[in-house]
Design a protein around this ligand. Structure first.
Ligand SMILES: O=C(O)CCC(=O)C(=O)O
Ligand SMILES: [Fe+2]
Length: 352
């Protein structure tokens, strides 16, 4: 049982919101998956190279002596950046993408063997976010926490599961190292102490493999609807063959975050928004479907804090105007998020 499942137990999902359609047999986008508003609010379309070239989120070399300042500016302005020189090899990124592809390209009946249970957080299915949107998303996911992948891989490939397990183990290890390093850089950039964790091994950490299958009409549907992530920050690897990820910024609308060779996307999540006393926005993001009829993959690593850890704003900077949020335990916040999605943060906001 995973650490998060105690929280999930209180918020079970309906079966039909977990079971994806069999994307491999679909010729037209079904009514259930049509997002009429999809492009109306998109000031910048991911396939419009001209506008996409005008604005882009910062790409930061982690070995750059100026990295701290650059990270601070990017988090404050965008709640997001891409990092290079992060220490995760291209080979490992290719391998994890290959293994993700192996999962999603299995026959539908095989994937259903590891369907996520209504009150669990691991396994195959639509993203948990499906609960909050009236339309289905063009997306299938496979969520891993801790060593849940071992049990599932045995069901998917009874005689050949080691390859998948080795790559996921290695990827989780490297992501944890990179996450620790980024946490240290981000807190230094804010000039506040790193949260003291009594039980660091109880961190909530999850890995989401996402697949956006080839789509007969990309203008009709949505890969993943607008949301913020719940924990400290996300480290995202996206396949290089197609764009889709976008971040929302008031002045510009939706801005594409196109794949950059070997760079990993880092985005601020809600708990970091709270700890930074709203100095860093929690990145509102979504993923569109590309018009190239190509499968797009992304691998999201959510870096958290222990469930019993209490987060509260650090106020040690000039003109911060007092704490904007009440202290809250990570598990209480996770529970609010599963119930209210992006409104969760408003329950933590202080009213003066
Ligand atoms: O696929 C992407 O680019 C975004 C995925 C995402 O936002 C998530 O898994 O929370
Ligand atoms: Fe996300």
């Amino acid at each position: 049982m995973s650490l998060l499942s105690n929280v999930d137990k209180d918020h079970p999902m309906q079966h039909h919101l977990i079971v994806p359609i069999d994307f491999s047999s679909i010729k037209n986008v079904p009514e259930s998956h049509i997002w009429a508003q999809c492009f109306e609010d998109a000031k910048i379309n991911p396939d419009n190279e001209k506008s996409g070239a005008l604005i882009s989120i910062p790409i930061i070399d982690l070995e750059d002596p100026k990295a701290l300042g650059l990270i601070f500016n990017a988090c404050e302005t965008w709640g997001m950046f891409q990092d290079t020189n992060h220490g995760v090899s291209k080979e490992l990124l290719d391998q994890v993408e290959f293994q993700a592809k192996n999962v999603f390209n299995l026959p539908f009946e095989q994937k259903m063997k590891v369907l996520r249970a209504p009150d669990e957080d691991t396994g195959y299915g639509y993203p948990r976010l499906a609960l909050f949107f009236s339309n289905q998303m063009w997306n299938e996911g496979f969520t891993i926490t801790g060593n849940s992948y071992y049990h599932d891989a045995k069901k998917l490939w009874p005689n050949d599961f080691e390859g998948f397990c080795e790559v996921i183990f290695e990827y989780q290890t490297r992501m944890k190292d990179l996450g620790d390093k980024l946490k240290s850089l981000i807190f230094k950039s804010l000039n506040i102490p790193e949260p003291e964790e009594a039980t660091p091994k109880d961190h909530i950490i999850a890995l989401n493999l996402n697949s956006y299958p080839p789509c007969p009409d990309s203008t009709q549907t949505m890969g993943i609807g607008p949301h913020t992530d719940s924990l400290l920050f996300t480290i995202l690897h996206q396949s290089g063959n197609a764009s889709g990820l976008q971040v929302y910024k008031d002045e510009f609308g939706w801005v594409s975050v196109n794949p950059h060779p070997c760079a990993l996307v880092v985005n601020v999540e809600d708990l970091l928004h709270i700890i930074s006393n709203a100095r860093f926005p929690s990145a509102i993001h979504r993923a569109l479907i590309n018009n190239k009829q190509k499968q797009r993959l992304s691998i999201a690593y959510f870096y958290g804090l222990p469930l019993d850890f209490e987060v509260s704003p650090f106020l040690d900077y000039p003109n911060c105007g007092g704490p904007q949020f009440k202290p809250i335990k990570v598990k209480e916040y996770a529970s609010l998020k599963l119930k209210y999605l992006d409104l969760a943060v408003s329950f933590v906001r202080k009213s003066y």
